[in-house]
Design a protein around this ligand. Sequence first.
Ligand code: ZN
Length: 432
Amino acid sequence: MRNPSALLLINIAQLLTLRHPPQAQGPRRGPALKELGIIEDAAVLCLGGKIVSIGKTKDALRDPWLKKNRKKVLEINCEGQVVLPGFVDSHTHPVFVSPRLVDFEKRISGASYEEIAEAGGGIRSSLAGVRRAGKSLLAEKVLDALHEMAELGTTTVEAKSGYGLSVESELKSLEAIRTAAARWPGTVVSTLLGAHVVPAEFRGRSQKYVELVCNEMVPQAAKRKLAQFVDVFTERGAFSAQETEQVFAAAEKHGLGVRAHVCQLSQTALQTLLRFDPASFDHMDHVSDDDITELSRRDAVATLVPGANYFLGLDCYPPARKLIDAGVPVALATDYNPGSSPTASMPFVMSLACTHLKMSPAEAITASTINGAWALRLADRKGSIEPGKDADLAVFEAADYREIPYWFASNRCAFAVLNGTLVASGGSGELG
Ligand SMILES: [Zn+2]
């Protein structure tokens, strides 16, 4: 890891700026998803963790400030490489102890996600490990995931609690996220997902559990500034739309933003949830046509997580084309978690988006960068390479950006820059 105060990348084959198209406002939708703002033979100058200028290499080298200060600048030749904004992974569940290998085998032999959950597997089976674990072990687990994400080009991560499901274990999970985030150079946004599923001790008394989330978890997480968002798994077998509204109302009362897992396995009407101005609705496999029309008029982002469909072996994938063609802003995320999507790789998710969701490579890149930033309400700092924004970059061994989703299941990320700090990818050796 290196943290130079000044960093200059030159001779970049393609710089994907994702700069704001003049006609577009808010998150990217429709044809604006394809506008990558590419500069060839480009350069980027970063100072003190911020991007200060972008342009052609020859113009950058003529800059009077640079001429005078070149010795103080760490210069990296990016010949044969593509540089784009670091990925914004806006949906992950990194606070868990063990992989869920029994569920994995059961599913292979034919059990469904819901059958496994009914038999005591699924989300509930991650609870024991998290409840037993000390905060430092959980923080180590989160930090391992964050390091792996950075090696794959991710520089901003949304991290949820949700495998503790008691006041103590949910707060411990959020503290673990905070500890890990302080030791990682990228940016972490934390989310309280106390309403992930009803734990066994509240079986048949889901209203009591919702009250615990609303009256204790949310206020304490807000008071201790442990979360920016509150999330709910709105699904049969988890929480109803009405219970989701209760949790959202508690979040609103305590000044926290809201987001929800919705329409993953069945349809939920989104109308009643929209009054809470959610930043994002995630999954969206079974969203209704009426809700698609409604979302096309709003800035709430539809965050698609096809890694879960892939890993659960589903035939059905989220209706990305329908959403995009209707004008709904779409983001992509890994949904990194031990049950349904154990991958930290945004490039793999982008590849799935191209092959299974029929998104173009350009749409997949926009959905993984600037629209991910919108889904976290960080678009003023993250998701594009523009002067004034945070120095978050991903550098790929590729002459053309379409290679990023093309070479699936291999890591072509050479290095990433996270708030100005360079992190080399495992296999790439020396920087520059
Ligand atoms: Zn999730």
